[in-house]
Design a protein around this ligand. Structure first.
Ligand code: GLU
Length: 449
C-alpha cells in the first residue's frame, strides 16, 4: 500500500485490518478505495457522521460452507465454498462465483468489495456480492464438474434468489458450470426462476452478448479513454494478458476496432505473435479443447511461446490485463511506461498492484481501473435479469448497443467526477467516488442499515 490515508480514514482502515486478519487482498482493495475518499468527506460530512464507510467495509452477510463430492474414481473430496453478500443498498447482491485453488475468504471479500462500487457505476439496480470455492477445475471431467456444481448448489440454493442474490461466473465458472448450477437450483426449488443466475446458456434464458460482454466492455472503455485524449484504437498494438473469457473477447473487439493484438498468455507462459493473434486458434484451444496456450504454436509456426514469460515486457501501445489480481507489479508498470504504452484498461479485477497504479498515474498514461473498465460483464448480467423479468429476449445488436452505451456513460461519469474533485484524468478516483456516492446516498436514505 503506497499512498497515505486521510486522518479520518486511517483509523477506519486500521479497524478493517484488525477485524479481518490475514485477508491481504481485501485490505488492498479497501485501501485503494479509501485513498480516494478524503475529498468526499469534506463535501459530505454527513457520510462521516453516519459512519457510511465503516458500514460499507463490513459485509452484510458472509456464508461459508462445505462442498463434498466424489471424483470419477470414487474418491471423496471436500472443498470449501463462500458467498459474501456485501451490500444490497442498490439491488439484490450481484457478482460472480470463482472456482480456483487460491480462493479463500480474503479473495472473495476483495472481489465482493470491488463489486459494490463497480455495480453502482453501471447505473443499474444491483448490489454487490461474490462467491466461490477453492475447488480446482483444471483437469476435471465434465461429470466431476457437474457433481461438484450440484453439491455446491445443494447448499447455496437457500441463500440466493432473483430478489436476494444473483450469482454468475468468474474465473473457473463459465457457461457449462452455470448450466449445472441452474439445473440443480431448479430441481431443488421446483421453480423456473430464470433471474436467479446470469451467464446462462441461450437455450434457457441467457442473454445474447453476455459471454462477450466483459472483454468487449473493456475495449469500449479503452476506446473512450483514448477518445478523451483525441486518439483511438485504430492501428494500435495491444497486449492482452490471459486467454480466458475476458481476454478472448477483448482481443475480438480490439481487432474489430482496428487494433492489432500481438500477445496473450495463460498461467504457464506467453504467446507472442507479431502478425496478430489468431483468435479462432485461441478459442479452439481454450473453449473447445481446454488445453494450455502453448498449443498455439502447433497452429502458427511464426508465433513464439515463452514458458513463464513476462507479457508486460512485450512492447505495446495499449495493455489490457485480463487474467487475475496482482498480475502487473511496479516493475512491469515501469517497463510498459518505458516501452511507450499510452493506455491500460483492466479486464480483470485488481490486476495492478498499488505500486503499479502509482507508476501509471505519475507517468500520466490513461489508466482505467477494473471497477470501471470491466463493468461490462456485470452490466450485461443486469440486462439478462431485465430480459428474464420481462420474459423477453433481445437481439445481439440491441444488447451490444446497450452495453456500449453503459460503458460510455461509466467513462463519462468517472471522467467528470475526477474533474469535479480536482483530479482530471484520474479514473481511479473518478470510479471510486462515483460508485461510493451512489451507494452512500441509498444507504443513508434507508435509515441505519
Ligand atoms: N465476475 C464478473 C465480475 O467480476 C461478473 C459478475 C456478474 O456478472 O454478476 O464483474
Amino acid at each position: 500500500m503506497t499512498a497515505r490515508l486521510d486522518e479520518k480514514l486511517e483509523p477506519i482502515f486500521q479497524d478493517v485490518l484488525r477485524r479481518n486478519p490475514g485477508e491481504v487482498e481485501f485490505h488492498q482493495a479497501v485501501h485503494e478505495v479509501l485513498e480516494t475518499l478524503g475529498p468526499v468527506l469534506v463535501k459530505h460530512p454527513e457520510f462521516a457522521e453516519r459512519k457510511i464507510i465503516q458500514r460499507i467495509c463490513e459485509p452484510e452477510r458472509q456464508i461459508i460452507f462445505r462442498v463434498p463430492w466424489q471424483d470419477d474414481n470414487g474418491e471423496i473430496h471436500i472443498n470449501r465454498a463462500f458467498r459474501v453478500e456485501f451490500n444490497s443498498a442498490l439491488g439484490p447482491y450481484k457478482g460472480g462465483m470463482r472456482f480456483h485453488p487460491s480462493v479463500y475468504l480474503g479473495i472473495i471479500k476483495f472481489l465482493g468489495f470491488e463489486q459494490i462500487f463497480k455495480n453502482a457505476l453501471t447505473g443499474l439496480p444491483i448490489g454487490g456480492g461474490k462467491g466461490g470455492s477453492d475447488f480446482d477445475p483444471k483437469g476435471r471431467s465434465d461429470a466431476e464438474i457437474m457433481r461438484f456444481c450440484q453439491s455446491l448448489m445443494t447448499e447455496l440454493y437457500r441463500h440466493i434468489g432473483e430478489y436476494t442474490d444473483v450469482p454468475a461466473g468468474d474465473i473457473g465458472v463459465g457457461g457449462r458450470e452455470i448450466g449445472y448450477l441452474f439445473g440443480q437450483y431448479k430441481r431443488i426449488t421446483n421453480r423456473y426462476e430464470s433471474g436467479v443466475l446470469t451467464g446462462k446458456g441461450l437455450s434457457y434464458g441467457g442473454s445474447r452478448a453476455r459471454t462477450e460482454a466483459t472483454g468487449y466492455g473493456t475495449v469500449f472503455f479503452t476506446q473512450e479513454m483514448l477518445k478523451a485524449r483525441g486518439d483511438s484504437l485504430e492501428g494500435k498494438t495491444v497486449v492482452v494478458s490471459g486467454s480466458g473469457n475476458v481476454a478472448i473477447y477483448a482481443i475480438e473487439k480490439a481487432h474489430e476496432l482496428g487494433a492489432k493484438v500481438i500477445a496473450c498468455s495463460d498461467s504457464s507462459g506467453i504467446i507472442v505473435h507479431e502478425s496478430g493473434i489468431d483468435l479462432d486458434t485461441v478459442k479452439r484451444i481454450k473453449e473447445v479443447e481446454r488445453r494450455r496456450i502453448s498449443a498455439y504454436t502447433e497452429f502458427h509456426k511464426d508465433a513464439k511461446y515463452v514458458e513463464a514469460g513476462n507479457i508486460w515486457s512485450v512492447p505495446c501501445d495499449v495493455a489490457l490485463p485480463c487474467a487475475t489480481q496482482n498480475e502487473l507489479n511496479g516493475t512491469d508498470a515501469a517497463t510498459l511506461v518505458k516501452n511507450g504504452c499510452i493506455a491500460v484498461a483492466e479486464g480483470a479485477n485488481m490486476p495492478t498492484t498499488p505500486e503499479g497504479i502509482q507508476i501509471f498515474q505519475s507517468a500520466g498514461l490513461a489508466y482505467g481501473p477494473g471497477k470501471a473498465a470491466n463493468a461490462g460483464g456485470v452490466s450485461t448480467s443486469a440486462l439478462e435479469m431485465q430480459q428474464n423479468a420481462s420474459r423477453d429476449s433481445w437481439s445481439f445488436d440491441f444488447t451490444q448497443k446497450r452495453l456500449e452505451e453503459i460503458m460510455i456513460n461509466i467513462h463519462r461519469d468517472c471522467f467528470e467526477t475526477a474533474e469535479e474533485f480536482g483530479a482530471p484524468g484520474n479514473y481511479v478516483l473518478g470510479a471510486n467516488i462515483t460508485g461510493f456516492i451512489k451507494v452512500a446516498r441509498a444507504m443513508d436514505a434507508m435509515g441505519l442499515i
